[in-house]
Design a binder for this molecule. Structure first.
Ligand code: GLN
Length: 552
């Protein structure tokens, strides 16, 4: 029977609950356990797929094509295991299912209520992951203790503990201990109150993970343990990291959270094996070179809108012992006079995925800049479509080349709506989603990067390369280096007369992990290093090492 760990958050949002959940999952997996991770989101949207990135950050796409919360990206990056659509449920999905059953008459005349019907459905969602071969299910509850909309979830996990017996289930609560400068002291009251909130509804946390800017003092720790009714050793400090989020599991390990969990749940396992992870964390501390990459997008001001891309670039950097410095560029700024000047000092240009016309002329200008000046270019999804439009306009003589996403009646729609999208009316979950195979042509940059003929990558799009134009493009020097196995769908394009210009219709960023950087990102960073060396010389690439820095 699977054991269950529930992770809740208190005091404020954005404490990094997803990272902590991923880190706990990673430790348990490396103790030899089969672990499944899951997030329950209290909002009413059925999934984040229709939400603006400014509302929600990145939409993370799973292998099986679910549009999910970006915390699932942390789960995959930390554990190295793929999650599925059973790893993310929202209040919207839960109510949708209950109302569907109510209309079918399943409730036999009974009044349908939050307790027990909504809480039962939440418990069913949790149990979907507890298959016979699974040792531990970790469920992260979105939101903050005390939110009105989180209440049914908290009531459901309280009941869950009762259903499976307390020896099979534990609660971890993540809180914040702020340092109040004026008082010169750490304050534990918000943590006490947040735990009080949980206990009021019948949940007693077993472990408190405490986010803090400075080390938790022995005094704070004792106080928290006493007033929150947890063992002192179960008050775990999670101080802001110095270098990277991948230090978090090591921090938890040092305080023996792995042992505390194993004992609490009677898991017969030893300490986790993490040699490769320690190497990664050490590598991050000792990066030797640096390159500057421009990301030209529409949501660059949002911390999390391109989360997986930032992470994938960092992973590729680690693989090359290189610090990847990111220049976030608002696409529309490149449409202004002298806007392109900002691209002069970068060593690589990346245009990420996106929707809608705003900013696309700026993105196209960035592609042109990369192509003409032979700066390494990586296009992702819309970033591939932009590359195709740019090449059409400036190389193939298709002056009006565009996408039918921006003009449904376009005469030169080099990017066009996919045939099976024409009758789609609903916006939610109707794109081409999830992993599909892609066959890669021999002798191309993509083939060299992947080192194999067939790969599977995740998609999230409605538009595609318009095959009417394949011949013209090929004739002018674009290579269609990746196609769907039936040859119909263009998945990867490359410009031949260029040191490294690769653009893909899919999202490789979702499959990169710190210990296994994605091949395309790795090769892209390699190309940017070569470009930078060529342009500025080896010395300019060198990152000043801590020991060489002038004393402060
Ligand atoms: N808007 C484009 C499409 O739907 C690109 C999507 C994306 O970048 N994810 O095809």
């Amino acid at each position: 029977m699977a054991k269950h760990i529930f992770i809740t958050g208190g005091v404020v949002s954005s404490l990094g609950k997803g990272i902590t959940t991923g880190a706990v999952g990673m430790l348990l997996k490396r103790m030899g356990l089969t672990v499944k991770l899951q997030k329950l989101d209290p909002y009413l949207n059925v999934d984040p797929g229709t939400m603006n990135p400014y509302e929600h950050g990145e939409v993370y796409v799973t292998e099986d094509g679910a549009e999910t919360d970006l915390d699932l990206g942390h789960y995959e990056r930390f554990t190295g295991d793929y999650v599925s659509r059973e790893s993310n449920f929202t209040t919207g999905q839960i109510y949708q299912e209950i109302i569907r059953r109510e209309r079918r008459g399943d409730f036999l005349g009974k009044t349908v209520q939050v307790v027990p019907h909504v809480t039962d459905e939440i418990k069913r969602c949790i149990r979907t992951l507890a298959k016979p071969d699974v040792d531990v299910v970790i469920t992260e509850i979105g939101g903050t203790a005390g939110d009105i909309e989180s209440l049914p979830f908290l009531e459901a996990i309280r009941q869950f503990r009762h259903d499976v017996h307390s020896r099979n289930c534990m609660f971890i609560h993540l809180t914040l201990v702020p340092f109040i400068r004026a008082a010169g002291e750490q304050k534990t009251k918000p943590t006490q109150q947040s735990v009080g909130e949980l206990r009021r509804i019948g949940i007693q946390p077993d472990v408190l993970i405490v986010r803090c800017e400075r080390h938790l003092t022995a005094d704070s720790k004792k106080k928290i343990a006493l007033f929150c009714n947890v063992d002192t050793e179960a008050v775990i400090e999670e101080k802001d990291v110095d270098h990277s989020i991948y230090e978090v599991p090591l921090m938890l390990l040092k305080q023996e959270l792995d042992r505390i969990i194993a004992e609490r749940l009677s898991l017969p396992v030893g300490r986790p094996r993490i040699r490769d992870w320690i190497d990664v964390v050490e590598d991050v501390k000792h990066l030797q070179k640096r390159v500057k990459i421009a990301i030209v997008g529409k949501y660059i001001n949002h911390q999390d809108a391109y989360k997986s891309i930032y992470e994938a670039l960092a992973h590729a950097g680690i693989a090359h012992k290189t610090k990847v410095e990111i220049e976030r560029i608002e696409a529309e700024d490149l449409e202004k006079k002298d806007g392109l000047k900002r691209l002069e000092k970068v060593h690589g240009i990346l245009v990420p995925g996106g929707f809608g016309q705003r900013g696309t002329e700026g993105k196209i200008a960035a592609v042109r800049f990369a192509r003409e000046r032979k700066i390494p270019y990586l296009g992702l999804c819309l970033g591939m479509q932009m590359a195709v439009i740019e090449f059409g306009r400036h190389v193939c003589g298709l002056a009006e080349a565009t996408s039918s996403e921006f003009n449904a009646d376009a005469k030169q729609a080099v990017i066009d709506l996919m045939a099976n999208q024409r009758d789609v009316k609903d916006m939610g979950a109707t794109m081409r989603l999830g992993a599909y195979p892609c066959v890669i042509k021999d002798g191309t940059k993509a083939r060299a990067a992947y080192g194999k003929e067939q790969v599977a990558e995740r998609h999230r799009h409605r538009y595609e390369f318009n095959n009417q134009y394949r011949e013209v493009y090929e004739h002018r020097g674009m290579v269609f280096s990746g196609l769907s196995p039936d040859g119909r769908l263009v998945e990867i394009v490359e410009v031949t007369d260029h040191p490294w210009f690769v653009a893909v219709q899919f999202h490789p960023e979702f499959k990169s992990t710190p210990t296994d950087a994605h091949p395309l990102f790795k090769d892209f960073i390699n190309a940017t290093l070569a470009y930078a060396k060529d342009k500025e010389g080896e010395a300019a690439l060198k990152l000043p090492q801590a020991s060489e820095k002038a004393p402060a």
